[in-house]
Design a protein around this ligand. Sequence first.
Ligand SMILES: Nc1nc2c(ncn2[C@@H]2O[C@H](COP(=O)(O)OP(=O)(O)O)[C@@H](O)[C@H]2O)c(=O)[nH]1
Ligand SMILES: [Mg+2]
Length: 233
Amino acid sequence: MELTKNILKATSINNLNWPGAGLFKNRLIDETCQRRWLRQSVLCYDLQCMFIGKTGYGKSSTLNRIVGDNVFETDDINACTANLYCADYILNADRHYFLSLCDLPGVGEDEDRDAGYLAWYQQMLIKSDCVVYVLRADQRDMSVDLKVFRILQIRPDNCVIALNYCDKIEPVSRCSVLPTNEQRCNINLKIRDISRTFNFPVTQILPYSAYTGWNIGALLYAMSGKLSCGFRT
Ligand SMILES: Nc1nc2c(ncn2[C@@H]2O[C@H](COP(=O)(O)OP(=O)(O)O)[C@@H](O)[C@H]2O)c(=O)[nH]1
Ligand SMILES: [Mg+2]
């Protein structure tokens, strides 16, 4: 299957409001064949970050929070991402180096559809410098996620686990956008549980909330670390 990106946003890296976005400006990218993409028949090289995980866990909401714009469709009930959608940031004046943030369809709703989506995940994995696997802090059943990790052989060298929905971890507080001390304790317990279950280092499991924006900076920092491996030295 040919991979085609649907570009929802294309703008200069100057418009990416990350702490440390300066790291990406005018950087040369290592021109490997995995990073190769065609944009209107022009050969480009992308630092690729892909967001995957179960449907409804907040992949698209996280991307919207990161790009500072509602470009990725989100939904309370229905899965609404059925294709590869990207926000692209142009890194250099020649316009052939990009930072590309890509939203993929979520798994876990329908086994037949999952098989197709997993095939996409597999193809995109090869082309990605950073995989962001989104989990929910307030959910216990991780069987689908474990299956995806096993099939894709996801490892911490190019992946971070993004632990979303921390605003909904018990005991839920209606008065504060920051997690309470009790919630922080439960977030730490959840991180340790995920670390054991997925055999993943705790430092690569980033708790945050796409809804309140809490700790999104730490997730960006971890993503930048993985993406910077694609710079030409
Ligand atoms: N409370 C809360 N809701 C969230 C959070 N992240 C996403 N949502 C909601 O979860 C629903 C599904 O989000 P979406 O981004 O479409 O999930 P996706 O299927 O993984 O792309 C939407 O109604 C979002 O508003 C979060 O951190 N906290
Ligand atoms: Mg989505």
